[in-house]
Design a protein around this ligand. Structure first.
Ligand SMILES: Cc1cc2nc3c(=O)[nH]c(=O)nc-3n(C[C@H](O)[C@H](O)[C@H](O)COP(=O)(O)OP(=O)(O)OC[C@H]3O[C@@H](n4cnc5c(N)ncnc54)[C@H](O)[C@@H]3O)c2cc1C
Length: 160
């Protein structure tokens, strides 16, 4: 968990835990693998048919990491950094609020099926319902160096 996103251009299609596919919030991988393996394999085959090895790699990577998916992973990355820094009391308060969200919001968050805008809306909604002490912790985290992707993701997901 917590690995950076794979480089956009490289001579292979990185796949699996070492390729940042582990869900940054849940630590699970299997659902990602099941969701992605078929479309990625098809893209690689189409690329091979149309333009050879280079096209196959580009096509596989484009299917594996579309821009929206990269944004989503960056947003999750921010949440992960903020959470690992919290003490036990703050984490308990955080999850009390998290599971007060509507079912489709928290289950979509944990399943990794939300797009960047939807994820941003869920995170913003959660932020509003958190106790002040936890909110303050998140604000401090967002001002740290590691949170640059958050600002970029929010700006590019159209939430501003
Ligand atoms: C305790 C635990 C519980 C988990 N529970 C769940 C769960 O319930 N649901 C879920 O979805 N996920 C779960 N996960 C996460 C998931 O199991 C892992 O993310 C997944 O097994 C990783 O699979 P992988 O094939 O990508 O990587 P790995 O299983 O790490 O396989 C990589 C392989 O590559 C080999 N290798 C590494 N470097 C080299 C090299 N240079 N040359 C040759 N071979 C190399 C390694 O020896 C290894 O065999 C859990 C993880 C843990 C630790």
């Amino acid at each position: 968990m917590g690995l950076g996103l794979p480089a956009l251009r490289q001579p292979l299609v990185p796949f699996g835990a070492a390729a940042s596919m582990v869900h940054p919030a849940s630590g699970y991988l299997i659902s990602q693998i099941l969701r992605k393996s078929d479309p990625v394999a098809k893209s690689i085959l189409e690329g091979l048919d149309s333009g050879g090895a280079e096209a196959a790699v580009a096509s596989g990577n484009a299917t594996l990491w579309p821009r929206a998916q990269r944004r989503v992973w960056e947003l999750y990355g921010f949440g992960l950094e903020a959470l690992v820094d919290m003490n036990a009391i703050a984490i308990a308060r955080f999850f009390d609020s998290f599971f007060q969200l509507p079912l489709e919001a928290w289950s979509g968050f944990l399943a990794g099926t939300l797009g960047p805008s939807e994820l941003g809306v869920v995170m913003t909604r959660l932020f509003r319902t958190l106790p002040a002490s936890v909110r303050w912790h998140l604000v401090r985290s967002s001002l740290s160096d590691g949170a640059a992707p958050l600002a970029r993701s929010f700006l590019q997901s159209g939430l501003t």
